[in-house]
Design a protein. Structure first.
Length: 120
């Protein structure tokens, strides 16, 4: 190490004590006063209801709109029938076959155990 290396760590300047220790600390910037104009404004007037808009009746639906309403009802009905058919098929065909398969598997396991005991 040379002399420069030992001085690198000691190069921080010393902080001098504050000369204002006896004085109170006040902010240098004062907050702006609230504008009295904003506080003195009158509240906004309530919005009047428009009676004419309530009395106006909607125009009758067009033929295309009536067709779409009927088509939507038919499509919804057909989808409901399809879903009910899927549920009925599950209850009538799939559940009994699953139960039969389960019973045949347990019977097969019992027979395999019987074969294993007879071979011994």
């Amino acid at each position: 190490m040379n002399q420069d290396d030992s001085q690198i760590h000691d190069e921080q300047p010393e902080v001098e004590p504050s000369t204002f220790e006896g004085e109170s600390m006040e902010p240098e910037v004062e907050a702006p006063a609230a504008e009295p104009e904003l506080l003195e404004e009158a509240p906004p007037e309530p919005v009047e209801e428009v009676e004419a808009a309530v009395e106006v009746e909607a125009p009758p639906p067009s033929k295309f709109r009536l067709f779409l309403n009927r088509a939507l009802r038919w499509v919804t009905g057909l989808m409901l029938v399809f879903v009910l058919g899927v549920v009925a098929m599950w209850v009538i065909r799939v559940r009994p076959v699953q139960a039969e398969l389960q019973s045949l598997q347990t019977e097969l396991e019992a027979m395999q155990q019987q074969v294993a005991t007879l071979e011994e």
